[in-house]
Design a protein around this ligand. Structure first.
Ligand SMILES: Cc1ncc(COP(=O)(O)O)c(C=O)c1O
Length: 461
């Protein structure tokens, strides 16, 4: 990956194009506008989750099939959002549909264990090489329970995370995520800041953030915490950051983190809620070859149903086995979710599926890179497995600080509008990446590249 020596893009031109594209999208989505009017009388902001908000109205969807989705106005899109990366299997996959139907006919919920939960855990154990598994219903539940297990195992309270990373919406991890550049604090002493209101300061203070891709900074902070008698219970991190576009680990970084955490007897948790089944059959652990003490999963695990999992070594998970940690939940291992996960793991996300995804991602990344070079845009294409993005930045992003320093929010906004107006469905957030599905084809990714080229042309003409 090389960062282009960019041409200066006329800021006025970007704004003109944003205005033109905004009008075009608003004109094409009158039913979404109407739906929003109705929705906001009953749903706060007219949506089910604040991550679905969009000004002036969200785009309400009606259905999906394979790589495509349709909104309430009947607009058809190729889906590169894929439910924040949950739908790597594509929409309405017939194999998963059949499994759900069969399970429904035999009863959907008992709050008692079923065989599918064992089969899914056997598969995850094989893929991740971790001995013991438990289920949850979301990524937030997975990270919340994993942190509790780590705290119980070590007898410590402090949690270390990567500055800028998102690990779900419970208090401990809603710290030092999206903050303004001037509030980050100095690199060796990054600030612990709540992400939104309602998070107790005492909890915020227990979470310490360090920069991604800097193992020395992590170790220095750990040593200072040790001196203050606040050694962390765990380091929770994504092996590749997936919420600033995609930020890959630099060579040697994950190995160094593994060594440091082992030496200080800190539980290393790879949060694989996004990387999970999306970047390799065995997620980041397989792709980068570093084995943590625990992993957390959700999103793509359930093939569209709300299912999460925690994997850990026998040693760490002993605190669950011996009953000292209550890892519980009425819907944990829900039979419907387990049936979908089983079908997905055993019949859809096969070794061939990953060959297909890797091939498509190579193609889309090469296509975007060629456009960037042809039009001398300030940015680069980066990705792994089914995930990728074009990062609009004149310099390589390696952590939150470089992201905040270089991010071109206007260009990212324009790219989203351009995509939506030309049948490419993407997340409304600026910092999200694409997720390909096994149902995407070469034509799908070529369409993405063609739309990107149209934007590059309009920007630079
Ligand atoms: C890395 C990571 N961890 C945890 C979560 C939380 O997952 P959920 O939204 O299912 O609670 C997310 C959600 O985007 C995530 O990206």
């Amino acid at each position: 990956m090389s960062v282009n020596a960019p041409v200066q893009i006329d800021r006025q031109r970007i704004r003109e194009l944003i205005e033109r594209e905004e009008k075009r999208l608003n004109d094409a989505t009158p039913k979404s506008a109407e739906t929003y009017k109705r929705a906001h009388h009953v749903l706060s902001g007219g949506v089910a989750s604040s991550y679905q908000l969009r000004d002036p109205w969200p785009i309400y969807l009606e259905r999906g099939a394979g790589p495509r989705v349709w909104d309430v106005d009947g607009n058809e899109y190729l889906d590169f959002h894929n439910g924040f990366g949950s739908m790597v299997q594509g929409h309405a996959h017939p194999v998963i549909g059949r499994a759900i139907q069969e399970r429904y006919a035999s009863g959907t919920h008992f709050a008692a264990p079923t065989e599918d939960a064992i089969v899914v855990a056997e598969d995850l154990q094989r893929r991740w090489g971790l001995a013991r598994w438990r289920y949850t219903n979301s990524g937030s539940e997975s990270t919340m329970d994993a942190i509790r297990i780590a705290r119980a195992y070590t007898g410590r309270d402090t949690v270390m995370k990567i500055f800028g990373s998102y690990h779900g919406h419970h208090d401990t991890v809603m710290v030092s995520i999206g903050v303004e550049y001037d509030k980050i604090g100095d690199r060796d002493n990054l600030a612990s800041l709540p992400y939104g209101a309602g998070i107790p300061q005492a909890v915020v203070d227990m979470t310490i953030a360090v920069p991604f891709n800097d193992a020395d900074a992590m170790e220095r902070r750990i040593e200072r915490l040790a001196a203050e008698d606040r050694l962390p219970a765990c380091v929770i991190m994504e092996a590749a950051m997936m919420n600033l576009g995609v930020v890959l680990p630099e060579p040697g970084y994950l190995e160094a983190v593994r060594e440091i955490t082992q030496r200080h007897e800190i539980v290393l948790i790879f949060d694989e809620v996004k990387t999970g089944l999306c970047i390799a059959a065995g997620g980041a652990v397989e792709r980068f070859g570093v084995v943590p003490d625990m992993v957390t999963m959700a999103k793509s695990l359930g093939g569209g149903l709300p299912t999460g999992a925690i994997g850990g070594t026998e040693e760490v998970m002993e605190v669950v086995e011996d009953g000292s940690v209550y890892q519980v939940g009425t819907y944990n291992g829900n039979p419907l979710g387990m049936a979908a996960a089983r079908a997905s793991l055993t019949e859809v996300l096969t070794p061939e599926a990953y060959v297909h995804l890797d091939g498509l991602n190579d193609r889309i990344l090469a296509g975007c890179t060629a456009v960037i070079e042809k039009y001398e845009l300030p940015g680069y294409a980066v990705g792994v497995g089914s995930k990728g993005c074009v990062t609009f930045s004149p310099a390589k992003i390696v952590d939150y600080e470089t992201f905040k320093e270089n991010q071109d929010a206007e260009l990212a906004d324009l790219a989203w509008l351009f995509n939506m107006n030309r049948g490419i469905f993407m997340t409304p957030g600026r910092e999200e990446e694409w997720t390909l599905s096994v149902t995407h084809t070469e034509e799908s990714v070529d369409r993405y590249v063609a739309v990107f080229e149209e934007m590059a042309h309009d920007l630079t003409q």
